[in-house]
Design a protein around this ligand. Structure first.
Ligand code: GLN
Length: 491
């Protein structure tokens, strides 16, 4: 097969099972692609010898009689997950070259399933951003148009899968960081229910929101990997104790009779005509498959952004206090006393966006402002959650746009943090409610850049959500389109 990187996870699994290819060969193929597409800046740390050793181990497991749908399949991890064998930086100078003494639970689980790590993926510093321009190691480029951002914060994950540098990438979503870059880069992204994937070993940003997830070419691929990723972890205090789940089981369930709620507030001011028509066309496809489209209202969802930009920075200000040059991170070379050392280390190690969030967070948590901002935001967060629960009495899933339009140019919004924050208008409400959500490719904008359809379901409904996405992908081919000139090259 000449274009191995265009194969699905299931196809790769069959090639490995039949012995037509080895994991070492497959891993070499993808490593060569990673090398050939350095211009995207999607990877931060690549160690071919280590990857090939993992692949050889997978081949030995198979030779000794083991099997499994993921045994020997390559993937790459967002550099928010700590890894023993690759540096873990959260795309910050603060953690440059940091080697973790352990693997994140997600990394460990997928490794146990036999997946082979190709390296670490670029992202926004500490996962703060919507365009991957906040990385201390430079922006990631969108494979569809290198002038465009890939979205963020999981921009490296999105770009790497879009360019088929890896069949699977892990990612994290706090307010939209899986769904928004998946939409901008034309790949399938899933953020599971908060608490289902372990947060152990995920460098913390906003602990009550941070959720590990995946980017893949299709919902079917995501279902296979998610089954191995989800599950209770006693090391994570917010991990939900539920039995492991087979996320594949609802893939073939027809959508006839499915009630799809469409929040009218998501189609107001700000949405570009192209995003609106792509989403409406996707809804027509579902209607054609027998689904029922239900008009719903989420009036408080519009407060999602202000609520998020109180809660997330508050948690970030606390989580990032460990980067002080003593417990973790960069230590300034020239300094006076302890306080001066911490000040200089943080000034040198942290970029502008984490600093901005730490300031906002410390402010909203301070005596005198706590009640006015933080407590108030928590109350509105609760209301948003309740509003979703009412909506789910009228519908089974919720559908709408992921972003207001196609990806913007690198540099277009960097001078205006608020414009950047508004990127997550449609993804943040679901994050605040802890709901699972997906982005599924559904069209292209006027500049030929991808657009995504957002699908959300109630807590713990990942399998259903993946099935709803798969039924759409069975009758459309948006998810199969790849950026010409990047995905077509071999390797
Ligand atoms: N863009 C949002 C932010 O900057 C969300 C980031 C995320 O989900 N990690 O905080």
């Amino acid at each position: 097969m000449t274009q191995l990187h265009l194969a699905s996870v299931a196809e790769l699994g069959r090639l490995l099972a039949s012995g037509e290819i080895s994991s070492v060969e497959l891993t070499r193929h993808f490593l060569a692609r990673v090398e050939a597409h350095r211009e995207l800046n999607a990877f931060l740390d690549v160690r071919p010898e280590t990857s090939l050793a993992q692949a050889a181990a997978a081949d030995r497991r198979r030779a000794s009689g083991e099997s499994g749908p993921l045994l020997g399949i390559p993937l790459a991890h967002k550099d928010i997950f700590v890894t023993r064998d690759w540096a873990s930086t959260a795309a910050s100078r603060m953690l440059e070259g940091y080697m973790s003494p352990f693997d994140a639970t997600v990394v460990e689980r997928l490794g146990q399933a036999g997946m082979v790590c190709l390296g670490k993926l670029n992202c926004d510093e500490f996962a703060m951003g919507s365009s991957n321009e906040n990385s201390a190691y430079g922006p990631v480029r969108n494979p569809w148009d290198v002038k465009a951002v890939p979205g963020g914060s999981s921009g490296g994950s999105a770009a790497a899968v879009a360019a088929r540098l890896c069949p699977v990438a892990t990612a994290t979503d706090t307010g939209g960081s899986i769904r928004e870059p998946a939409a901008f880069s034309g790949v399938t992204g899933i953020k599971p229910t908060y608490g289902r994937p372990s947060r152990w070993g995920m460098i913390a940003f906003a602990s009550s929101l941070d959720t590990a997830g995946l980017m893949t070419a299709s919902a079917e691929d995501a279902a296979a990997v998610l089954s191995a990723m989800l599950g209770f972890d006693p090391k994570d205090s917010t991990s939900v104790d539920r039995p492991p789940e087979d996320c594949i089981r609802e893939l073939d369930r027809p959508v006839a009779g499915l009630r799809i709620g469409v929040p009218r507030e998501f189609f107001g001011k700000g949405l570009t005509p192209e995003a609106e028509s792509a989403v409406r066309a996707a809804l027509d496809t579902y209607r054609g498959l027998g689904a029922e489209i239900v008009d719903i209202s989420l009036p408080t969802a519009s407060l999602g952004i202000p609520v998020y930009y109180v809660v997330a920075p508050a948690e970030a200000s606390s989580n990032l206090s460990r980067f002080d040059g003593v417990r973790y991170g960069h230590r300034a070379k020239n300094h006076g006393d302890l306080a001066d050392m911490i000040k200089r280390s943080r000034a040198e190690g942290l970029g502008a966006e984490p600093k901005r969030r730490i300031l906002i967070g410390a402010y909203v948590l301070s005596h005198g402002y706590y009640d006015a901002y933080y407590l108030q935001a928590q109350k509105v967060r609760r209301l948003i959650g309740e509003e979703f629960q009412r909506a789910f009495q009228q519908c089974d899933v919720i559908a709408g746009p992921v972003t207001t339009g196609e990806a913007f140019d690198i540099g277009a919004k960097t001078a205006d943090p608020v414009a950047m924050y508004l990127e997550d208008l449609f993804t943040i409400p679901g994050s605040l409610a802890g709901l699972p959500g997906m982005s599924v490719p559904c069209g292209f904008g006027p500049r030929g850049r991808p657009l995504g359809l957002q699908l959300m379901a109630n807590h713990f409904q990942e399998a259903r959500l993946l099935g709803v996405a798969h039924q759409f992908q069975k009758v459309t081919d948006w998810h199969r389109r790849t950026p010409a000139g990047v995905a077509a090259t071999n390797p």
